[in-house]
Design a protein around this ligand. Structure first.
Ligand SMILES: [Cu+2]
Length: 216
């Protein structure tokens, strides 16, 4: 059995007293680190037998759970629940791009506002396909041959949608469809940072694709 051990090591939230009108400079931030407790699982190296000339240009590993030597878990989605006001969702950026490079998705997790267009690139020059597995969003299955450099996709429901390639079974990514900007993805040390938070008390939601959901 997998032991779930997500630990928030550090969290600070600075704010202004209740009743005061918060200024932008009064907004707080939360920083932390998500770690794995128990024996650190080894990432399994994958055998590449399809389109080897392109796909085997680098080693591929099972990327569903990536734990570093220091126990930090990469690619955990951390978000604040119930923030009202605060910064605009535009602070997440203006371009939302998923690329296919050496038969892997880049990034592995893409945080994208609801109804914003996602550009899907194919840098590989071989056939990939984009197969989404939404429960609330309509699933799509789009071939992306080498001459089709760009596909567009818009997701209109809040959901974590898995993307897979039917040709290269190891390729997997997630679209995290959101309606506010207080989302972060942990780096390879398991670290995350959320900023521009209005004064208040909030729940932190932590999600990892294999370990599931946790609120703290
Ligand atoms: Cu593919």
């Amino acid at each position: 059995m997998i032991v779930i051990g997500l630990v928030l090591l550090a969290g600070t939230l600075n704010g202004v007293p209740a009743g005061a009108t918060p200024k932008e400079s009064d907004r707080g931030s939360v920083k932390g680190r998500i770690t794995y407790s128990g024996d650190v699982p080894k990432q399994m190296k994958l055998m590449i037998i399809k389109d080897v000339k392109v796909c085997a240009k680098k080693d591929h590993y099972d990327d569903r759970l990536v734990v570093g030597n220091d126990r930090g878990i990469k690619n955990v989605v951390v978000s604040l629940v119930g923030v009202e006001g605060g910064k605009s969702i535009d602070s997440l950026g203006t371009e939302f791009v998923l690329d296919q490079k050496v038969c892997a998705y880049d990034p592995h997790l893409l945080i994208v506002p609801v109804n914003k267009q996602i550009k899907i690139l194919n840098s590989d020059g071989i056939l990939h396909n984009i197969h989404t597995y939404g429960k609330l969003n309509r699933s799509v299955n789009l071939a992306q041959p080498r001459f089709k450099k760009k596909l567009k996709l818009t997701l209109d429901k809040l959901e974590k949608v898995q993307v897979r390639c039917d040709i290269h079974g190891w390729m997997s990514a997630w679209f995290i469809v959101v309606d506010h900007p207080y989302y972060a993805v942990t780096d390879s040390a398991g670290k995350f940072s959320l900023s521009g938070i209005p004064s208040g008390t909030y729940t932190l939601n932590i999600w990892q694709e294999l370990l599931g959901n946790r609120e703290v």
